[in-house]
Design a binder for this molecule. Structure first.
Ligand SMILES: CC(=O)N[C@H]1[C@@H](OP(=O)(O)OP(=O)(O)OC[C@H]2O[C@@H](n3ccc(=O)[nH]c3=O)[C@H](O)[C@@H]2O)O[C@H](CO)[C@@H](O)[C@@H]1O
Ligand SMILES: C=C(OP(=O)(O)O)C(=O)O
Length: 426
């Protein structure tokens, strides 16, 4: 298994190209199941999760063609064609690698009237049940049967529009409900929908394919079902979490970095917190510039659904705040076990105390390089950020987590001055 070795202390300076968003890509790929015509996705990030989802839809009968496999270019173009769906069963092995595979449920049901998906177990960051996805399908007329390892959903006469009222906000369940509703008979209203920009991206792609959706970007989505969708070409939005992660990396090294392609309007809550920490953020023609030439100030952060502070940025912010001039408090309200990076950051000299859903971070003067273990995707990135500022060498083990969500991380960071490399071995 690969590891990443960082010799910390270099100030980051230059330009970093931000890739297409993982979480948008992972809902746009299953959207291709909704039409027999080709859907071309541009600006798809080159990530393990995208490859895995490609393999998943291949097993359902979808062809995937990648244009111009030029290794020097970030992102790529993929054309998916679900001319004939040959299977409505999502394979169990893929589900273990990537929880977003549950997002085939809505499209398969809508197009084929049947879907069998593996019951996902918990993962490192939390239990992650799928009850809200199943309730949404039921509200659209599906019969749900929960077996020992699989859920089978059936809508013999097709899905029917209905009221989907979410008791709590779920990104994935909103995406599944939206993809199911676009081909259902009649009108669907989704209340308490998640408003994450990736959902807006999905809605815009679906509208381009002929779907009738209003209320995009709000908590109430109204969908008038159509009998079929057509193909289209759609460009995946820029990854706001990748951009936020590199902003933290620039800040902790006292750097000056332009994040090319970043869309500041998609992560204003993060930008607001970075500014409150003393980091300068300015829009540029190509994205945004992040600079930090003074001390990092402590912050109080609580994760919440969009438009508030995203849980996917909590770990990276914590890494940055380990060197703040004072005490920060981070509260995680979305996932029950998303502080595993805290213990690893402590190995590097950070002072973090976790009590339930709150972590108190007492800023220290310096971090020291150490061998640390990546436990999940964003936890891994927090260790990279800490390693960039630490004295001496940090080895981040189990980097396969990082490969799920950061396109060519070492290359992007080396280009702005980091001393970072990938090596094989444990
Ligand atoms: C591929 C993708 O887009 N992943 C993102 C998506 O995950 P994902 O879509 O899995 O996250 P959700 O928004 O669904 O989860 C939010 C909360 O709702 C709970 N829940 C969810 C579904 C359900 O049926 N029942 C239930 O109780 C979850 O356990 C969690 O506590 O949104 C999360 C929250 O912004 C992000 O951290 C993930 O990066
Ligand atoms: C939790 C994340 O992703 P996933 O839902 O794919 O596990 C993430 O992107 O931080």
């Amino acid at each position: 298994m690969d590891k990443i070795i960082i010799r910390g202390g270099n100030r980051l300076s230059g330009r970093i190209q931000i890739s297409g968003a993982k979480n948008a890509a992972l809902t746009l790929i299953p959207a291709a199941l909704l039409t027999e015509e080709p859907l071309t996705l541009r600006n798809l990030p080159r990530l393990a999760d995208v490859d895995t989802f490609g393999h998943l839809v291949n097993q359902l009968g979808v062809s995937t063609e990648i244009e111009g496999k030029r290794p020097e270019v970030f992102g790529r173009v993929m054309t998916l064609k679900a001319g004939r769906i040959t299977s409505t069963e999502a394979p169990a092995d893929i589900n273990r690698k990537m929880r977003a595979s549950i997002l085939v449920l809505g499209p398969l049901l809508a197009r084929m009237g049947h879907a069998r998906v593996p019951l996902p177990g918990g993962c490192q960051i939390g239990a992650r049940p799928i009850d809200l996805h199943l309730k949404a399908m039921e509200a659209l007329g599906a019969d749900i049967e929960i077996g020992a390892h699989f859920v089978t959903a059936t809508a013999k006469d097709g899905l029917k529009g209905g009221l989907v009222k979410f008791p709590t906000v779920s990104v994935g369940a909103t995406e599944n409900a939206l993809m199911a509703a676009v081909l259902a008979h009649g009108e669907t209203i989704i209340e308490n929908a998640a408003q994450e920009p990736e959902i807006t991206d999905l809605a815009q792609c679906l509208i381009g394919m002929g779907a009738k959706i209003s209320g995009v970007g709000t908590a109430t989505l109204t969908i008038k079902g159509v009998t079929s969708l057509h193909g289209d070409t759609y460009s995946v939005m820029s990854d706001r979490i990748e951009a936020g992660s590199y902003a933290c990396a620039a800040a902790i090294t006292g750097g000056d970095v332009e994040l090319v392609g970043a869309q500041p309007e998609t992560f204003e809550a993060v930008i607001e917190k970075l500014r409150a920490a003393g980091v300068s953020i300015e829009p540029t023609e190509d994205g945004m510039r992040v600079r930090c030439d003074g001390d990092i100030q402590p912050l109080t952060i609580e994760t919440q659904p969009f438009p508030d502070f995203p849980t996917d940025m909590q770990a990276q912010m914590m890494a940055m705040l380990t060197l703040a001039k004072g005490t920060s408090v981070l509260t995680e309200t979305i996932f029950e076990n998303r502080f595993m990076h805290a213990g690893e950051l402590e190995r590097m000299g950070a002072q973090v105390e976790v009590a339930g859903r709150t972590a108190t971070v007492r800023g220290v003067d310096a971090l020291n390089g150490a061998p640390v273990m990546a436990t999940d995707l964003r936890a891994s990135m927090s260790l990279i950020i800490a390693g960039l500022a630490a004295r001496g060498e940090t080895q981040v083990l189990r980097v396969h987590h990082l490969d799920r969500g950061y396109e060519r991380l070492e290359e992007k960071l080396s280009a702005v001055g980091a001393d970072i490399e990938r090596a094989s071995g444990d």
